[in-house]
Write a protein that binds this ligand. Sequence first.
Ligand code: SF4
Length: 73
Amino acid sequence: MVDEKDATAGSLGYKPDASKVDKTKFPKFAAGQNCGSCALFQGKAGDAAGGCPLFAGKQVAGTGWCSAYSKKA
Ligand code: SF4
């Protein structure tokens, strides 16, 4: 799993719990967004964790979020 203290996680504002996102630093965050509904998430909808190309070799939480969030079409 990605540690939110990793350098990449820090610069992307990744949090395993989307409700903990720093909304002052990342005003684009909107409630309801999470990795599970992100186009880059490699797990299935509802999976607790899955891969993300921004964190190669690791897994992000389905409930997580980072500033590269892009809603799945
Ligand atoms: Fe989660 Fe998407 Fe950010 Fe990857 S790019 S950590 S799936 S919000």
